[in-house]
Design a protein around this ligand. Sequence first.
Ligand code: GDP
Ligand code: MG
Length: 302
Amino acid sequence: MAKEKFFSGFVSLVGRPNVGKSTLMNRLIGEKIAIVSPKPQTTRNRIQSILTKDDFQVIFIDTPGIHKPKHKLGNYMVKAAETTFNEVDAVLMLVEPDEKAFESDAAVIERFKGIKTPVILVINKIDAVDKSSILSITDMYRKIYGFAEIVPVSAKEGDNTDRLLEVIKKYLPEGPKYFPDDMVTDQPERQIASEIIREKALRLLQDEIPHGIAVEIYSMKKRSDKNLVDVEATIYCERESHKGIIIGKQGAMLKKIGIRARQDISALLGSEINLQLWVKVKKDWRDSDFMLKNFGYDPKRI
Ligand code: GDP
Ligand code: MG
């Protein structure tokens, strides 16, 4: 019997912050890898996740949102996203069935005009609107770009996401299995752990720390005598006043962040976690190349 053909490729997810990229990726992969948060711009890194089926493998790249850069970090994020377009086998452009967002999304789609990579338009959050608005938004997008396909889905409910996967598969070239079957991400565990702490902090702090925290895992070591990992991490913020908010009254907020993060990191590593958190002030870290590299956002890598 002839050997079955295997298909594999890289697919990048593009779209405004909050459009549902992380939710979609988690839905397709079936595990919690990307950070999902109601707060825009939670995703800072190109977290790759990997979906392996019998006859194909897709490597998803969760690109940061493309929008007007305000800081060096913003610039970096835009560049990372644009570089990705030409390197991948397909681009998934996520939009919402919301006419108010059309103009800014159209501006992003404008950037696709020079690339040869097929762009699949994914209209997400169809659970939140009626059918007629899905039709009218589809028409609006169809007029501005030659999308390879247009697929309406609800990442949250899982509506039509199987169909989306079939569509993605059509654009994968024949290729090797790049990663082993059981691997769902190529990000080091440290990086995921730091994203988990960031997510917990952002959620608990709500809007009190406007766009400014970063998390660095200082050390992560497994004890040789038991199933316990010691994790030491520092939360960086920009102002003394922010530090006070993050620590909270008698350390209450920091403790809450720690408890929630510990649960998720423990699930991720399959071991007990002893988590120690510090908070430090580092002014203007978002404008500092050093800090960006320090946290793993190295522009040379893209
Ligand atoms: P990202 O910034 O593009 O990665 O967006 P997220 O995946 O973090 O999602 C942002 C918000 O939109 C979260 O509150 C999600 O629960 C919500 N969301 C994502 N997908 C859907 C969907 O299909 N339907 C609805 N109603 N909400 C969604
Ligand atoms: Mg995200």
